[in-house]
Write a protein that binds this ligand. Sequence first.
Ligand code: ZN
Length: 228
Amino acid sequence: MQLLDCHRHCHSAEALRASAGVAIVSSDPPTVEQWLWEGFSGPFSVGIHPWDVTEYSESQIDKLRLVASRPEVVAIGETGIDTVRHQAPVGVQQQVFSAHAQLSVELCKPLIIHIVKGLDPVVEVLRDAADEAKADVPPVIFHGFRGKPQMARQILRAVPNAYFSMGERFNAETLDWLRAQAPDRILAETDESTLPVTQIISRLGLSESEVAANVRRAFSCACGPRLS
Ligand SMILES: [Zn+2]
């Protein structure tokens, strides 16, 4: 078994058990904390989804830091900015996203981001985090990526360590562009889909070994490999 699925949500203990070691399961800090307490081993990613952001709260970020520091947690997210569906204004989402980006640098764990029509504020936050770090920053995974090739190109220019995670629905033109220009930056995910990730990978026309190699690269940052 190898880790091929870089972003999945689980809604039952059975799904969680089936995902152990094969998918990075994403949820919010209280849920991941509960899973760890129950003995689930991950790998997990933890973050406050932009849809769930209502305010910026120090105590929420402290809790995030505590859970994100656990070795079973290999990534920070999903986090990001959604200007279409949201509870909090973009400015507040940006503040919460910025705390995630700083934590990603501090803990050297990749960021998994959700972005809907919010590329500019996202890039601004990532640039600030990179400037403050004055060092290589961990990879940034654009999850559920369905943007056009121009957007992928724009992202790669602004965020040189970007990866693109594609799921059940994807932009075929962008996939072709990435396969030609940045084949080592393509990842696969199930997210909320019921399709097995292997089926998604074959729909993408990729091989499991190339996806596995990209996952390994994305999750091995400057501070050393995080995944076995
Ligand atoms: Zn998701």
